[in-house]
Design a protein around this ligand. Structure first.
Ligand code: SF4
Length: 553
């Protein structure tokens, strides 16, 4: 017997340190940790102690004899990782936290209340001498967990329990509904805190830069995700679901999320926390096919194997991959049985899907590889897309063959990656090419020199890579840099008190929401959900959120 890690794995690595025989890999100190699709348990060395189950924040680990049928492929996926990864059986040494002076207080402001912010806060508030104030312009915390995770991926949202436990610490405070840069300036924060940590994410999607991209019916997957997840800024997004086919450009996990949501039975979505406005519109949707375009081949699919596998569990939906779409690049072809285990699994799963029978009347998710959009056409709105067929060239790249084909569609969602933008951090240096704030382990750099007391974490620090759990290590690294600089007396003493911040912003008309206010919103949304058999009904209107924060619940 062995334990097995399944689809919800968030890669935060919290299970690794509790395993007594070091059989969960890659560990945070192995280079592959930063790129691995998920963590894997070695069935040869697992002793079934169950310690990792208690530690996993998203309930992704099961003993192999308790796996759901749909999770059985993970037996092989976990074992396959160890075919081409030699790992020693040594124990992971526990991290040694540096001692803090007992008689000195450290005050830290964190801008943003998403996963990276809260993982950094979690490390900081473990020190009794540290006070952390977390600012967010929205009335609700948790960033991409609330507005990015697909509504049908409820287990992934279980990470919120850890965030609540952090927020419940007495040296943690929320300043929600308060926008840094508008309601309080960077300089005003710097006067009141030893350190300011920016965790503002990477909110801009990359553009296709093709003719017709601006036509109605062409939107970014980021906007679509924010719309169905009830982000207050995207409630009125114009989403046209009147045609029978949608095209998603890009084949990462977000592309798979939006494709899945477009074809999932609305009665199934009605049991999730999807926004009411999106559910109503999806009930009237005519879309019965979603085409997912990938520029390169099957072996380079940007999705993770677990998300690809999950498409096969959507009731009433066929996943279509024509055999001629399975062409391998020369390098993968030459590798044969020695191919990287993750890529090998990708190819094997695609072949299994290609061999599956289809069912008349089912909706369809169609994968096309070696395909790039050339132009969107339409008179007043998108009606079709011209696509280039690509072929493999030297060095693993692809080139256009000159052959094209057309796809009729009324909805195009671009999902080719994200990038941070300088406007999110107007007071900090910015590397436009990489879409990040230049930094050294989270310390913001001005030229080659660290800016005193200014830090970054999350996607604005390392670029838009890695899922939610990957932010744990990133947040910890930044928090440890803050603590180390404090101990080394590199931080300036504040010239004003952080105790004044609340009055300062309230006097400016900010309807501040604290942890208790967020708990009231949370309770009110869950209560509204219970009436209709849903985990919650998200409030999407700022006035409704503010009213819920002040309610007597
Ligand atoms: Fe490690 Fe125990 Fe989990 Fe097996 S069950 S992976 S031995 S912590």
């Amino acid at each position: 017997m062995a334990h097995v890690i399944t689809r919800p794995c968030c890669n935060d690595g919290s299970c690794v340190s509790v395993c007594p025989v070091n059989c969960i890999h890659p560990t945070p100190d192995e280079p592959e940790f930063l790129t691995a699709e998920q963590l894997y348990i070695d069935p040869e060395t697992c002793i079934d102690c169950g310690a990792c189950i208690d530690e996993c924040p998203v309930e992704a680990i099961f003993p192999d004899d308790q796996l759901d049928e749909k999770d059985e492929p993970y037996l092989q996926i976990n074992a396959d990782y160890y075919k081409d990864h030699d790992v020693d059986g040594g124990l992971v040494p526990p991290k040694k936290a540096p001692p803090m002076p007992a008689d000195k207080e450290l005050h830290v402001a964190i801008v943003g209340a998403g996963p990276a912010a809260l993982y950094a806060a979690d490390t900081l508030v473990k020190k009794a001498q540290v006070t952390v104030d977390v600012f967010d312009r929205l009335p609700t915390p948790h960033g991409l967990v609330r507005f990015g995770v697909a509504p049908d991926h409820a287990p992934t949202k279980l990470v919120e329990r850890g965030y609540l436990s952090t927020a419940n610490k007495k040296n943690f405070n929320y300043f929600l509904n308060c926008e840094v840069g508008k309601d309080i300036t960077h300089d005003e924060l710097m006067e009141r805190y030893h350190a300011v940590v920016y965790a503002v994410g990477a909110a801009t999607d990359r553009r296709l830069d093709i003719p017709g991209e601006e036509l109605p019916g062409s939107i970014s997957a980021t906007e679509f995700v924010a719309w169905y997840n009830g982000h207050p800024d995207f409630v009125d997004l114009d989403v046209d679901l009147s045609s029978e086919r949608a095209v998603v450009v890009g084949n990462g996990n977000v592309a798979l999320d939006v494709a899945r949501i477009l074809v999932t039975d609305p009665d199934v979505l009605a049991k999730t926390d999807i926004s009411e406005h999106a559910l109503a519109k999806l009930r009237e949707s005519n879309i019965n096919e979603v085409v997912i375009l990938g520029r390169r081949g099957i072996a380079q699919g940007a999705y993770t194997n677990s998300e690809f596998l999950a498409l096969g569990d959507v009731e009433g939906v066929d996943v279509i991959i024509e055999p001629d779409e399975l062409t391998l690049d020369p390098e993968s072809e030459a590798a044969g049985d020695d191919i990287d285990s993750t890529i090998g699994t990708k190819i094997r799963l695609a072949q299994e899907f290609a061999d599956r029978p289809t069912t008349d009347g089912n909706k369809r998710i169609v994968f096309r590889f070696l395909s790039s959009p050339l132009e969107l056409e339409g008179d007043g709105k998108v009606t079709s897309m011209t696509v280039s067929r690509n072929e493999f060239a030297d060095g693993g790249s692809v080139t256009r063959t000159g052959e094209t084909y057309d796809i009729e569609t009324g909805l195009v969602l671009r999902s080719i990656g994200y990038k941070g933008h300088a406007e999110a951090v107007p007071d900090l240096p910015f590397d436009d090419a990489r879409g990040v704030v230049p930094n050294d382990d989270g310390r913001v750099l001005h030229g080659d020199d660290p800016m005193t007391g200014v830090y970054v974490t999350g996607w604005i620090k390392r670029g838009a890579t890695g899922g939610i759990g990957r932010n744990r290590l990133c947040g910890e690294e930044t928090a440890e840099a803050v603590i180390a600089d404090f101990i080394d007396e590199k931080l300036a003493e504040p010239t004003a008190s952080r105790d004044e911040v609340e009055k300062l912003v309230v006097d400016r008309g900010v309807n501040l929401i604290d942890l208790e206010g967020w708990k009231r919103i949370d309770a009110a949304e869950k209560a509204a959900g219970r009436e209709s058999g849903r985990p919650r009904v998200k409030f999407t209107d700022l006035a409704a959120l503010e009213a819920a924060a002040e309610s007597a619940e």
